[in-house]
Design a protein around this ligand. Structure first.
Ligand code: MRU
Length: 346
């Protein structure tokens, strides 16, 4: 089994279960996880078994459909569905795709035939994700040249979406056309999404990939090996300030110092026009042991020490060269309005 043949998030029609790749086991083991109740779906999102903003949104949508088909005929459908939606929506706070997808499903649940409407909406959200990532790949490819060195942070590849990814989509699209890129992936402390997931994805796809520790990006840029930075995002505020994996801000500052373009690949589902600035984005704080113990054979920080472990940081719009969206490359966040489609956002 190779991840190239599997969707990161899918739905088993026979058992009516949400199926995800359990990303906590990668790259050592490729195993699928089947889920059909709100508590388990919430926990899978919280533990990062499924992670990456678009993938979380699709998992919430397909997962809510799996929950809905199991609501007993004698139960109060609306109340039971609302309970599941609330449980899943609050699993993680920063990626707006989660509340965006749940909002769309809540609306579908109000239709006269809620199960049919929920099914149609969940599959539409899944299919849109695939199309959107393909378009981001095409639009991003126009910004780079054959042979370029591309630095990425965290994982905004196929494991963060259903297929293709956002920040890594241009590399996949280019490779299919015979182009060659040198991909550099920051390891992305503390949960190693770069080393464990982006590098794994690139190796599986036969791409030239180099992993570096997060504190090596400056030296790599100074060496001249990097021509552009591509990252994903969890929430883009109306003014263009962008929350993404912790460490992204540092990479953006470095890119500015070395005069490198810094591109944020942003599906419109991740742009939150109701959020005025980056200061209004809630940043998830995660458990201390992710920093002090996880991945180590023994604890690597003294007992009793305090730990700072925000999962995301906010890069100001002023450091972002352009947003690569499915609707085009947007250089000025004021232009989000021009491309906005109210219908799509519910
Ligand atoms: O905590 P994670 O692994 O869910 O963080 C993911 C990221 O920060 C990604 O860069 C982001 O969600 C974009 S995915 C296309």
């Amino acid at each position: 089994m190779s991840i190239l043949e599997i969707d990161t998030v899918s739905f088993d029609e026979a058992t009516r279960e949400l199926v995800i790749i359990d990303q906590t086991l990668l790259p050592g083991r490729l195993e699928l996880m089947r889920l059909s109740d709100a508590a388990s779906i919430r926990e899978a999102i919280r533990r990062l078994c499924v992670r990456g903003a678009p993938a979380i949104g699709v998992a919430a949508a397909l997962g809510l459909y799996a929950c809905a088909v199991r609501i007993a005929p004698e139960a109060d459908f609306a109340a039971e569905f609302a309970r599941c939606a609330e449980q899943i929506e609050t699993a993680r706070p920063t990626a707006v795709n989660l509340s965006w997808a749940v909002k769309r499903m809540r609306k579908a649940a109000c239709a006269p035939q809620p199960l049919e409407a929920l099914r149609a909406e969940a599959f539409a959200i899944r299919d849109e994700d695939i199309r959107v990532c393909q378009s981001i790949g095409e639009n991003g490819l126009a910004l780079i040249l054959d042979g370029d060195g591309i630095l990425t942070h965290c994982n905004a590849g196929q494991l963060a979406t259903v297929r293709y990814g956002t920040a890594l989509a241009p590399i996949h699209v280019g490779a299919r056309r015979g182009m060659h890129f040198r991909v550099y992936t920051d390891e992305t402390r503390p949960l190693l999404q770069g080393a464990r997931l982006s590098a794994y994805e690139m190796v599986e796809a036969g791409m030239e990939t180099t992993v570096l520790c997060d504190n090596m990006a400056a030296s790599l840029m100074q060496s001249g090996a990097v021509q552009a930075v591509f990252v994903g995002c969890d929430r883009v505020a109306r003014n263009g300030d962008t929350a993404n994996k912790i460490g992204t801000l540092g990479v953006a500052i470095l890119a500015r110092h070395f005069s490198l373009p810094f591109y944020v690949c942003a599906p419109f589902s991740t742009i939150d026009m109701a959020c005025p600035t980056g200061a209004d984005i809630e940043i998830e704080n995660r458990a201390a042991d992710e920093v002090t113990e996880m991945w180590y054979k023994e604890r690597m920080a003294p007992q009793g020490v305090q730990v700072y472990n925000p999962a995301f940081d906010v890069t100001p719009a002023s450091l972002i060269t352009a947003f690569v969206t499915e609707r085009g490359v947007i250089r000025d966040p004021k232009d989000f309005e021009k491309y906005w489609e109210e219908k799509y956002h519910g």
